[in-house]
Ligand binder design. Structure first.
Ligand SMILES: NC(=O)c1ccc[n+]([C@@H]2O[C@H](COP(=O)([O-])OP(=O)(O)OC[C@H]3O[C@@H](n4cnc5c(N)ncnc54)[C@H](O)[C@@H]3O)[C@@H](O)[C@H]2O)c1
Length: 326
C-alpha cells in the first residue's frame, strides 16, 4: 500500500486536531471531508485541498478510501458507523462511542460480523506516562483509586451542555478519566453516583458529579467531575491517584510518578507511540496492531458513565457488569 487514504466524517473542533496530526504524516493522505454543516465541510475541504461532502454516504461512495475518521458529536453515533462498516472500512472513532448502550451494542455487533476493527480516541492510553503507569500496575493490589476531571467546558459548550445530546460530563468528557481508571485498575462492578446543578442553571446537564465505584477485584474508587470553573485551567483534568501497598501512583499533566519519590521506579517504555501511528500501522496491516482502545473496550467505559447516570436518577447503586455481558 502506498499512502493510507483517509476520509473524514465530522469536521468540527476535534476533527481539526486529527486532520493536523494525520496531515503531518508522510504515510497518510486525507482525500475527502464530510460534515452535515456545509460551511464546516467546505472550510475543511478548502483547507486540505480535497472535495467536501455533506452526506457521509457520498464520501463513502468513493472507491479510493482505506479508512475513515469519525469525529461527530455524541448524539450522532450509530448509522454513520454502520454505513462505514457496510463499506468495509476500519475507522478511528472519537470517544464516547455512543449516547446509549443499545447503539453501541449494534455497532459492536456489526464490527464483529464484518470482521472489522476500530480504534477509539482515548489517546491518553498511548502517552508514555500512561504506558509507564500501566506497566507499573501489573500485579499490584489497589486499595483505592481517586480521579477527577474539573474544567471549564460547560461555560463555552453547545451540544455538550445539552443532556439529551451529550449525556452530560461523565459520558462526554470525564469518560477519559473513567477509561484511565478502568485501564489501570480493571473492570468496574458497581457504581453509585450523585449529580447536581449548582452553578450553571441555564444548561440541562448537571455541573457537579460524584461517582463511587467498586471494581471487580474489590478495589474501591471515587471520581468527581465538574465543568464550571472559569479559569481556562486544564491542570485539573484527568487526574488519577492510585493508592497501592506502601506507595501512591499519580497521573497528571506532568506525567506519571510514584510517591513518595524514590519508593519505586516506573518502568521504561520502549519506542515513541501514538494513536495515529497505531491506527495507520493497523490499516496497513489489515487488522489491529497495537490499538490500545478498541470498540468493545470503549463500550465498557461508556457502560460505566451510563450506569452512573442511571444511579444518579434512581438514587440506587447500579451494577455495570450485566450491562457489558460479564
Ligand atoms: N479525545 C479528545 O480528547 C476529544 C477532545 C474533544 C472532543 N472529543 C470528541 O470528539 C467528538 C466531536 O467533538 P467536537 O468538539 O469536534 O464537536 P464539534 O461540534 O466541534 O464538531 C462535530 C462536527 O460533527 C458534525 N456532524 C454531526 N453529525 C454529523 C454527521 N452525521 N455526519 C458528518 N458530520 C456530522 C457537526 O456538524 C460538527 O461540525 C465528540 O465525541 C467529543 O467528545 C474528543
Amino acid at each position: 500500500m502506498s499512502k493510507v487514504r483517509i476520509g473524514f466524517i465530522g469536521c468540527g473542533g476535534r476533527a481539526g486536531s486529527h486532520m493536523r496530526a494525520l496531515g503531518q504524516r508522510e504515510d497518510t493522505e486525507i482525500v475527502g471531508a464530510c460534515d452535515v454543516v456545509e460551511a464546516a465541510a467546505r472550510r475543511a475541504g478548502e483547507r486540505l485541498g480535497v472535495p467536501h461532502y455533506t452526506d457521509h454516504r457520498t464520501l463513502l461512495g468513493r472507491d479510493d478510501l482505506d479508512a475513515v475518521v469519525i469525529s461527530v458529536p455524541v448524539f450522532a453515533h450509530g448509522q454513520v458507523e454502520l454505513d462505514v462498516i457496510a463499506r468495509g472500512l476500519p475507522f478511528l472513532l472519537e470517544k464516547p462511542v455512543a449516547r446509549d448502550l443499545e447503539t453501541a451494542r449494534r455497532v459492536a455487533g456489526a464490527l464483529r460480523q464484518a470482521g472489522l476493527w476500530a480504534a477509539i480516541g482515548y489517546q491518553l492510553r498511548y502517552t508514555p506516562a500512561v504506558r509507564q503507569a500501566k506497566a507499573f500496575m501489573v500485579g499490584r493490589r489497589v486499595a483505592v483509586v481517586e480521579g477527577h476531571y474539573w474544567c471549564t467546558t460547560a461555560r463555552g459548550g453547545a451540544w455538550q451542555n445539552d443532556w439529551e445530546k451529550s449525556g452530560g460530563q461523565l459520558v462526554e468528557q470525564a469518560t477519559h478519566t473513567i477509561d484511565l481508571m478502568r485501564h489501570l485498575v480493571g473492570e468496574v462492578e458497581e457504581v453509585y453516583s450523585q449529580q447536581a446543578s449548582r452553578i450553571l442553571s441555564a444548561i440541562t446537564s448537571p455541573d457537579a458529579y460524584t461517582v463511587s465505584l467498586r471494581f471487580t477485584d474489590g478495589a474501591l474508587g471515587s471520581l468527581t467531575s465538574s465543568w464550571t470553573h472559569d479559569t481556562g485551567d486544564w491542570s485539573h483534568a484527568n487526574i488519577v491517584n492510585v493508592s497501592l501497598d506502601g506507595c501512591l501512583l499519580r497521573l497528571d499533566g506532568a506525567g506519571a510518578r510514584v510517591l513518595p519519590a524514590g519508593k519505586a521506579e516506573l518502568p521504561e517504555v520502549a519506542g515513541a507511540e501514538d494513536m495515529y501511528k497505531a491506527f495507520v500501522r493497523s490499516v496497513r496491516a489489515g487488522g489491529p496492531e497495537g490499538i490500545l482502545s478498541g470498540y468493545d473496550d470503549a463500550l465498557a467505559t461508556l457502560a460505566v458513565s451510563l450506569a452512573a447516570n442511571e444511579s444518579a436518577a434512581t438514587h440506587r447503586p447500579v451494577r455495570v457488569a450485566e450491562a457489558v455481558g460479564r
